[in-house]
Design a protein around this ligand. Structure first.
Ligand SMILES: Cc1cc2nc3c(=O)[nH]c(=O)nc-3n(C[C@H](O)[C@H](O)[C@H](O)COP(=O)(O)O)c2cc1C
Length: 166
């Protein structure tokens, strides 16, 4: 999904992350908690996300507050990651300047040595976030650009649905 965050003064930034879970609580993704997105979320814990399926002619938009996933959830996902991805997570100071590609390769080798013969533990700086939807919009392609848009807004007693002009 494409994930938008913003600074406290409203400057947006956007990037793709893997949508790793979706349930009644919200949408989860995992990342480095010192990255640019994480820093923006720390100061301004709100996000918007969009997913587009070209072949299906569908788009889903979500906006809401963001919370960190529990340690159990982060551990559960971490354990499913390939060892190479785990070492990369330890090696990467995500979003920090990297002077040379070789520095990254050397850090990966260093981590491979450090954890040789052992499970790679969850880094203390890595974990999940959950977007708790306050608004959802489902868009469906229709002919002649007369698309269907249904907008759902969370209210104290449930969700209110309304159609929007395309
Ligand atoms: C298909 C795809 C999937 C990605 N999935 C993730 C992800 O799940 N988590 C993550 O931290 N970065 C992921 N990235 C990298 C991010 O787009 C981004 O480069 C990185 O998270 C740093 O973003 P930031 O500097 O805004 O924090 C993915 C990139 C692509 C193209």
């Amino acid at each position: 999904m494409t994930l938008a965050t913003a600074t406290t003064d409203g400057a947006p930034s956007v990037r793709v992350v893997l949508l790793r879970g979706i349930d009644e609580r919200g949408l989860t993704f995992f990342t480095n908690r010192t990255s640019r997105k994480a820093e923006e979320l720390r100061l301004n814990p709100r996000a918007a996300a969009v997913i587009h399926w070209w072949e299906l002619g569908r788009q889903a938009r979500v906006e809401g507050g963001v919370e960190q996933t529990s340690d159990e959830e982060s551990h559960a996902y971490w354990r499913t990651r390939p060892r190479g991805s785990q070492l990369a997570a330890w090696a990467s100071r995500q979003s920090q300047p990297l002077s040379r590609r070789e520095e990254l390769d050397a850090r990966v080798r260093e981590m491979a040595t450090r954890f040789d013969g052992a499970e790679v533990p969850l880094p203390p700086f890595w974990g999940g976030y959950r977007i708790v939807p306050a608004r959802i919009e489902l868009w469906t392609h229709r002919d002649d650009r007369l698309h269907d848009r249904v907008h759902y807004v969370r209210e104290p007693n449930g969700w209110r649905a309304e159609r929007l002009f395309p």
